[in-house]
Write a protein that binds this ligand. Structure first.
Ligand SMILES: Nc1ncnc2c1ncn2[C@@H]1O[C@H](COP(=O)(O)OP(=O)(O)OP(=O)(O)O)[C@@H](O)[C@H]1O
Ligand SMILES: Nc1nc2c(ncn2[C@@H]2O[C@H](COP(=O)(O)O)[C@@H](O)[C@H]2O)c(=O)[nH]1
Length: 398
């Protein structure tokens, strides 16, 4: 069963006035899946409509406030909800343009089911919908001192509009010249452990005696800036990302010899002797994992820096040196506050109505959801949107 309208929420409010904050008047939708009703929306302190989620369980007759994972959509004054594939809801944000209107609230996907087991609570997860396939993030791994950071810096310097760095969290102390929020988010261990338990991380691992992790937000921030995300993470992290729904390209960097790795690590002069020894021991283990079947897509030897950098650019399709900019389509459409939607054959028909359309006169928009890819904790890609105008000789894409 799909969306149930506002009226139904008011019925729920009458029945359970305390839990539903009946005085708020905030716009909400209710969507039924099995024995559960997912109520989305509400009114926050600033009288803007926030997109909160609560679940009515028909079996227990109780409300549950779920743990909400992922970056949630910014507040909006209205939305529409539609259940897709019995595992996620399409949330169309009213009043927003085609770059920010499609969101998915996952309620029973594999990721959500796994998280429910881990967190032992009700879980829902937000995932922003993006048009087309978008650029795949790049995961770069390899032993400490091999030159990952050096290669990434070169790439970001030459292609500043193309790439964005996923700023990890770590419990290790900052080195001279490292800036909080730029190189890492330097974090207290207890804080980071709690955030990991709260599901804020795409992956995390204990590396050389400290915790390191990629927050979901760190990857989202880069995608929001219209850039291709680069993750510099260890092999354990790469394995976790590989197992997640984030489709990425995985590159392992190795050194020409173990002696050379040791020389570079010592030459950098950032670690104590004890830490150097620990990192070298871990390097041997990481090197063994480099050839694990299905983990890395590419292996690069960083012998001569310039040669390795050219190989990296080549495999990323950048050897022509023209900078790829991943901004979305130039054409925008703004949806009405509460778009009316219906679904047939994996196509969602959005009735916009000409009055609120603004930049285009088309009143029907088709959202093709037949080839969705990815999903929480990352983006949901593979969305296609076009206006349906019986009088137009060509179909505008968004
Ligand atoms: N091809 C190369 N030849 C010689 N020195 C290099 C080369 N690549 C990087 N280096 C040097 O090796 C040292 C380690 O490089 P870098 O800090 O980039 O390694 P890393 O893999 O990012 O390490 P970590 O995983 O600890 O962050 C630096 O001093 C860097 O200048
Ligand atoms: N699993 C993760 N590993 C990470 C992350 N950020 C960095 N790293 C890896 O840690 C080591 C050591 O880094 P250093 O800055 O202390 O020298 C290195 O191999 C990085 O790739 C992360 O978010 N997750």
């Amino acid at each position: 069963m799909g969306e149930v309208h506002e009226i139904f929420v008011h019925e729920l409010q009458k029945a359970f006035p305390v839990e539903l904050d009946s005085d708020s008047g905030g716009y909400q939708t209710a969507t039924i899946l099995g024995e559960k009703t997912y109520v989305v929306g509400g009114l926050d302190d600033e009288s803007t409509f926030s997109i909160g989620v609560r679940i009515w369980d028909n079996l227990t007759g109780k409300w549950a406030i779920p743990t909400v994972l992922g970056t949630k959509p910014s507040p909006c004054k209205g939305h529409s909800a539609l259940l897709l594939n019995n595992d996620r809801m399409l949330i169309l944000k009213g009043g927003s343009n085609s770059d920010d209107c499609t969101w998915f609230l996952e309620v029973d996907t594999q990721f959500v089911r796994e998280q429910k087991k881990i967190l032992e609570t009700e879980v829902v997860a937000w995932s922003k919908g993006v048009k087309g396939n978008g650029p795949k993030p790049i995961v770069i791994s390899g032993p400490s001192g091999v030159g990952k950071g050096t290669l990434i810096s070169k790439l970001m310097k030459e292609f500043p509009s193309t790439f964005g760095f996923s700023v990890s969290h770590t419990t290790r102390l900052s080195r001279d010249k490292e800036k909080d929020g730029v190189h890492y988010h330097f974090t207290e261990r207890s804080v980071m452990e709690k955030e990991i338990r709260d599901g804020k991380f795409l992956e995390s691992a204990s590396v050389h005696g400290n915790i390191y992790g990629t927050s979901i937000e760190a990857v989202d921030v880069v995608a929001d800036a219209g850039k291709r995300c680069i993750l510099d993470i260890d092999v354990q992290g790469a394995r976790s990302v590989r197992a997640s729904s984030l489709e990425a390209i995985f590159i392992f960097i190795c050194s020409p010899s173990f002696e050379e790795l040791e020389t570079r690590l010592r030459g950098r002069g950032t670690e104590t002797e004890e830490q150097v020894q620990k990192r070298l021991r871990n390097a041997r283990v990481e090197l063994e994992h480099a050839t694990s079947p299905g983990l890395f897509d590419h292996l690069l030897v960083n012998d001569d820096l310039e040669t390795c950098y050219e190989s990296l650019k080549k495999l990323l399709g950048l050897d022509g040196s023209s900078e790829a900019i991943y901004h979305s389509s130039p054409m925008t459409v703004e949806l009405p506050l509460r778009p009316s939607i219906s679904e047939m054959d994996q196509k969602v028909l959005i009735n916009c109505g000409t009055a609120e359309l603004g930049k285009t006169s088309n009143s029907l928009i088709v959202l093709d959801v037949s080839s969705l890819k990815g999903g929480a904790p990352g983006r949901t890609r593979g969305l296609y949107m076009y206006a349906l105008d019986p009088f137009a000789d060509k179909v505008p894409q968004f």
